[in-house]
Each structure stands twice: as structure tokens, then as C-alpha cells.
Ligand binder design. Structure first.
Ligand SMILES: [Zn+2]
Length: 398
């Protein structure tokens, strides 16, 4: 239902209170009759829907038995455990992705970019499962799928062909992972990823955990390929820990190179990983997004997908405590994410999609620090969550 609705006395991104009107699923500033339905926001802040720019919908264990985690500490230990879990725990990508989406909807997450595993054991099963969920829940949330070769692409014959098939099946973005340390051939890995994206005229999103100068080298290869294929605004690097591990001069040169090709960077603000130089990145004009990464999975047992809580983690990880900095982390989890993953008609202005989340707080800093739970979420004019309670007509996932 997209009946018209008036939201009175709301503070857009913490600004002065205004009245907002949604007609036919879009924001309108004036004209027409006063809508029959209205909500009094009582001076609370309104955000245009939280943006989850990096997660793994196909692998969450939300609602399943607790995973007894005996996984070793290395990235390879985790990849092997992850593959074993898929076989032994019967993780149904369709059901699990729906569970995560419905859980994060109540926080106000209305746009999600999810990496989805493609490998020679599971083939396209996870892609097909998440595509099914996307279709079933399309009225509630926008989902972008990244073909993700977590188990290796060059090192596993047949994976690249499966990724090609996944793009034909409806995936939106070509993924890649650690071109040097997992693939051991960064030039060939990135050439293959960018060629596939070029062939399908689709964006690229690379998991890059590689440290220091090795990561910097891979970033330079990504910059070169983005420039050569004119993929500005269509490439994101996820994690990019190396940016925090370089000499200041080298760091600055790389950040400027990323900004020149309008390559976005996603950071989760993990307490156990390097903190990216957020201030320098924003000053250079880089689009910066954030995400939950895996939620309650075999990699890490925690997370709930609340992107306001994620904003708090970003602030904590970066030693930010003043209101302006906290507001900046809220922007990263809204407008920053939208810019980074290329959302159209995102915002609270005339003509934008009528999506919003009302948070019972007076300022963005208060919202980030206290992460109030009694939020109201509106999707294209439809109230899907009211004061923290999901609407009765939302789908129920068994
Ligand atoms: Zn990830």
C-alpha cells in the first residue's frame, strides 16, 4: 500500500523540524490535499533509510542453532570452516537471507549490498536462494548481489565461469578477493574480474584485506583498471586495511588516486582490524560506506545488522567522541553508503523515494551514541515498522 502520508515535525538528518509528505511512494514538498494519514514525529530525527553496504546474506545463522565455533585464527581457517558449515549445517541461503533482511528492516535498513558465495562446490545455489528472497521481499528492501569467489577464482578452475553464469542469472556486481594472497596472481585476478564486469556492463566490488605495500599495489592495479574501463563511480573496495598501514605521504597519494577515479571504500570499523583514516578519506572526497559484514556466522559470532550501531562502532574505532564526528558516521551509514553503492533517488528531497526511518533522538550524535530501538520505518509511503514493532502484514519466514 502506498497511500499518501504526512510526517509532521521531523528533523531531516538532525536539522530544523519540517513536515514531509510522501505521495505515490515519493517525497513531495507541497501541493495537493493534506494526506489522510499522518505521523507526529515530535521533533525526532529522520533519516532516508539506513544503507547496509557490505554483508553476506547467504551465510548468516540467524534463527539457527548456536554455532559451536572452534575455528582457527587465520583467514584460511575461516574459509575452510565456512565451506564445511555450508555442507554440514544445511544453511539455506533463501531462508537465511530473508531472516536477516526482516531482522534489519526493523532498524530501518532499506538498502543492502550482499556478497554471495559462488564456488565449485555450491555452484549457484546461494545466488539463486538470495535472488528468490530479493524477489519475495522487493517491496520492503532493495538488494544488490555481488558474485563472491571466496574460495578462490583462478585457484579453482570453473569458478570464473560460474560467476559469469551468476551475472546472467541476475547478480548485479562482480566481486573479487585478495588478488595477491589468496589468488597469488593479482594482475590476472583483477584482469579477469574487470573483464567480466566490462562484458556485463556491471560494477565491481573487491574484498581487499591485504596489508601494507602489498595491498597498496593491488589498489593501484584497481585504480588503473577503473581508469582504463571508465568505471568511475562503479568500483568499491571493501576493507582496504592497507590504507591505515602506509607512510602518510604514500597514504595520501593512494587516497587521492582513489578519489580521482571515484572509487568508493567500505569499512566496518572492526575492533580487530586497522582503522581507516576516515577524516582524510572524506576530505579527499572519497565516497565512504559501511556494512556489518557477516552477521552471526561462522566467521564471527556477533552482529545484528543495525547500521546505527555500526555508525557507533565506526566512531569508537576511530576515537571519535564529539557530535560533529558522530554525525559524520551517521552520514556514512546513510548518504555515504547510497553514493558508494549507486542508489538512485535516495534522500529526503522532492522526487526521492519515500523511504525513511524516524529515530527517537534530537541529534544525529544522540542517535549514534544511544541507538534508540523504538524506530518507525516507512518504505515508499507504507509504514512497515511503528515504534519498533513490525507491521502485522510483513511476511513471516519459517
Ligand atoms: Zn565480506
Amino acid at each position: 500500500m502506498t497511500a499518501d502520508i504526512l510526517i509532521r515535525n521531523a528533523r531531516p538528518m538532525g536539522g530544523d523540524p519540517v513536515d514531509l509528505v510522501i505521495r505515490n511512494g515519493r517525497f513531495y514538498t507541497d501541493g495537493g490535499d493534506r494526506p489522510a494519514r499522518e505521523i507526529d514525529a515530535t521533533g525526532h530525527i529522520v533519516l532516508p533509510g539506513l544503507v547496509e553496504a557490505h554483508t553476506h546474506l547467504d551465510k548468516t545463522l540467524i534463527g539457527m542453532d548456536w554455532f559451536d565455533n572452534r575455528v582457527g585464527p587465520t583467514r584460511n581457517d575461516r574459509i575452510l570452516a565456512d565451506r564445511r558449515a555450508k555442507r554440514e549445517l544445511g544453511i539455506d541461503a533463501r531462508r537465511q537471507s530473508a531472516r536477516q533482511i526482516l531482522q534489519t528492516l526493523r532498524y530501518g535498513v532499506l538498502s543492502i549490498r550482499s556478497h554471495v558465495d559462488v564456488d565449485t562446490e555450491i555452484g549457484l545455489a546461494n545466488i539463486e536462494g538470495v535472488l528468490e528472497t530479493r524477489e519475495a521481499l522487493r517491496d520492503l528492501v532493495d538488494v544488490q548481489l555481488v558474485t563472491f569467489p571466496q574460495s578462490g577464482m583462478l585457484t579453482r578452475a570453473g569458478t570464473l565461469e560460474l560467476m559469469d553464469a551468476a551475472m546472467k542469472a541476475g547478480a548485479d556486481i562482480v566481486g573479487g578477493i585478495d588478488p595477491a594472497t589468496i589468488e597469488r596472481d593479482p594482475v590476472r585476478h583483477l584482469d579477469a574480474v574487470f573483464a567480466l564486469a566490462d562484458r556485463h556492463a556491471k560494477p565491481v566490488d573487491i574484498h581487499l584485506h591485504e596489508p601494507g605495500e602489498l595491498g597498496a599495489f593491488c589498489l593501484e592495479l584497481i585504480v588503473e583498471r577503473t581508469r582504463a574501463l571508465s568505471l568511475q563511480d562503479r568500483v568499491m573496495v571493501s576493507h582496504a586495511y592497507c590504507l591505515d598501514m602506509l607512510e602518510p605521504a604514500r597514504q595520501q597519494v593512494l587516497i587521492e588516486a582513489l578519489a580521482a577515479e571515484r572509487i568508493a571504500v567500505m569499512t566496518v570499523g572492526s575492533p580487530s582490524a586497522p582503522a581507516l583514516p576516515l577524516r582524510l578519506m572524506r576530505q579527499a572526497g572519497l565516497a565512504v560506506a559501511s556494512g556489518s559484514d557477516g552477521i552471526q556466522g561462522t566467521w564471527e559470532p556477533w552482529g545484528n545488522g543495525d547500521m546505527l550501531e555500526r555508525a557507533k562502532y565506526l566512531a569508537q574505532r576511530n576515537g571519535m567522541t564529539n557530535d560533529a564526528d558522530l554525525a559524520e558516521t551517521a552520514r556514512i551509514c546513510t548518504f555515504g553508503g547510497a553514493e558508494a553503492i549507486g542508489l538512485a533517488r535516495y534522500g529526503l528531497s522532492e522526487g526521492d523515494f519515500g523511504d525513511l526511518v524516524l529515530v527517537p533522538a534530537r541529534t544525529l550524535a544522540e542517535a549514534v551514541a544511544l541507538t534508540p530501538q523504538k524506530r518507525t520505518v516507512i518504505r515508499r509511503g507504507r509504514i512497515v515498522v511503528r515504534d519498533g514493532v513490525p507491521a502485522d502484514d510483513l511476511p513471516h519466514i519459517a
